[in-house]
Design a protein around this ligand. Sequence first.
Ligand SMILES: Cc1cc2nc3c(=O)[nH]c(=O)nc-3n(C[C@H](O)[C@H](O)[C@H](O)COP(=O)(O)OP(=O)(O)OC[C@H]3O[C@@H](n4cnc5c(N)ncnc54)[C@H](O)[C@@H]3O)c2cc1C
Ligand SMILES: Cc1cc2nc3c(=O)[nH]c(=O)nc-3n(C[C@H](O)[C@H](O)[C@H](O)COP(=O)(O)O)c2cc1C
Length: 574
Amino acid sequence: MPVLPKTAPFAEDQIAALNSVMAASTHDQRTWLAGFLAGFAAANDSTAAQPAAAVSPARRAPLTILFGTESGNAEALAAQARKAATKLGFAPKVLDMADIDMAQLAALENVLVIASTWGEGDPPQRAVDFQEALMADDAPRLEKLRYAVLALGDRAYAQFCEVGKRFDERFAALGATRVADRIDCDLDFEAPASAWIDSTLAVLKPTGEEDHAVIHVDFARTAAEGPTRAKPFAAEVTEHARLTGSRSSSDTHHIELNIEGSGIAYEPGDALGIVPTNDPALADEVLAAAGLAGNTALRVALIERLDITTLTSRQVEDFGKLTGFTPDPDWAMGRQIIDLLEAGASTLTADQLTSLLRPLPPRYYSIASSRKAVGEEAHLLVAALRYKSHGRARQGVASIDMTVRHRGSMNVFLRANQHFRLPSDPARPVIMVGPGTGVAPFRGFMQEREATGATGKNWLFFGHRNYMHDFLYQLEWQDWLANGTLNRMDVAFSRDQPEKRYVQDVMWEQRRDLAGWLRDGAALYVCGDMNAMAKDVHAVLLRILADQGNHDEADAKAELDAIRRDGRYLRDVY
Ligand SMILES: Cc1cc2nc3c(=O)[nH]c(=O)nc-3n(C[C@H](O)[C@H](O)[C@H](O)COP(=O)(O)OP(=O)(O)OC[C@H]3O[C@@H](n4cnc5c(N)ncnc54)[C@H](O)[C@@H]3O)c2cc1C
Ligand SMILES: Cc1cc2nc3c(=O)[nH]c(=O)nc-3n(C[C@H](O)[C@H](O)[C@H](O)COP(=O)(O)O)c2cc1C
């Protein structure tokens, strides 16, 4: 373990104290500390992030930052890495995994791979082809390549950072040289990812160069670009209405926020990040179960800062080390922190409880409006989540906060999505598949297409449970149909007839026209539930293309892939 040298700018006893902390620390703790210190310096010390002197172009080492993203985190980190690499004297290039083939990959020298995991251990949609080619038996050797992998994920999922792990192993198996250990980032990835990017770039930097470049941490990056997750904007709620009927089995709300002065310049297709607060009643239950009732400072942290619902198997293990409570490895499934504390029936200290908990992550909501129609407002469509598991009634943190407990304002920031935008050509037809809250961005799309006088045709597929109770924004769609902004609308209400009927069934019924629109260059957008809907919609699209083109499954897949590569099959699924 490297220790601080005697020449470090600290007093002797401070050096000894720091060395003893370092010596006893784990890899994760050091990564966290590095990120924390880097962030602290950037946020508090105006001299901390001086740009480095320019490096002459002749000496610039090539660097490719290859990202695979679904919701933009990996892409944002790639952009951040590019800035840092430029300052360190690299000639960096950022590439989406969708835009590289294996021959190009094999020709690269220095590569930073930044990839997230989705579904159940799946790559982001646009990285599917890349994964397939990389894993194929005929994948080329990558002997020339020096690389390191930053994996994004969420510890609440069983397949934590699976895609990053898979890529890391496969690059090595194909003969590439791993220059730094992979980092597996949880939802609070900003600080550890920044620290990892800086330390990995330092290792990747070709030797023999003067070390004049200052390691650059880009914490202030977004400050000038509007509110962030760390510094959200308190947007006033100006309108709040329940859209589903009182007899509906779902509970979905329309919320309008005033974003004037926030600097949030969203485009239709973007989402808002919400920094929620936890249910105070649940915070009290957690405190009581840990034997910490009455600790008011901790109560505030549990409400505002810490994740007191999600339970990961790592937390069960950590709790076991503290208390001796060691249930089966999959005990965490469907359970929450409160179940763990009650089952373990042990008293914890405040420090033990806080170190057990993750930071409270933000939630994302598609923006259901266009600024061209609503000005400095952002509209959201939020389904309140309530369910039962292991005999206990549970509530979604953010959706209940927003629809039930909201206090007149919400803390928000922009989550731009460059990959879910209306066609730049206003004459291009658009097909929108948005059951449930998946319809939200399409309200923004229609407002935008109407406000800009786009001439392309528009077709919406909407689905929910009951026509009477769940037809979200029904009057608006009908107005758009009447004034010709919306050309077609097909709906599927699953519970209105004995047989379940979903959007994919209606798409199949309309397959001739749907294939015709696609042949005419339409862009097809899918938004909403990833597991229950997007997979079925994808499967029906393949069936439709096979059926209408008279080809087999492989040809249909090639056709849909070509449409996707053409930027005309876009998904925002969650
Ligand atoms: C890009 C993007 C856009 C989105 N847009 C929208 C939108 O427009 N409108 C919208 O309403 N939502 C949208 N979402 C989803 C939204 O971000 C939240 O995930 C959702 O509101 C739930 O958050 P929550 O805090 O209320 O629930 P959480 O407290 O996060 O609870 C969710 C968790 O509860 C568990 N759970 C849920 N149901 C069950 C069940 N039946 N049985 C057992 N466990 C269960 C699961 O572990 C799940 O992960 C979007 C998500 C993304 C990523
Ligand atoms: C629907 C959904 C499924 C996810 N599945 C996984 C998973 O299986 N494993 C994992 O580690 N993370 C999973 N995640 C977490 C994402 O990887 C994480 O949010 C990441 O920061 C997203 O990065 P991106 O914006 O670059 O796609 C999932 C997130 C969502 C919303």
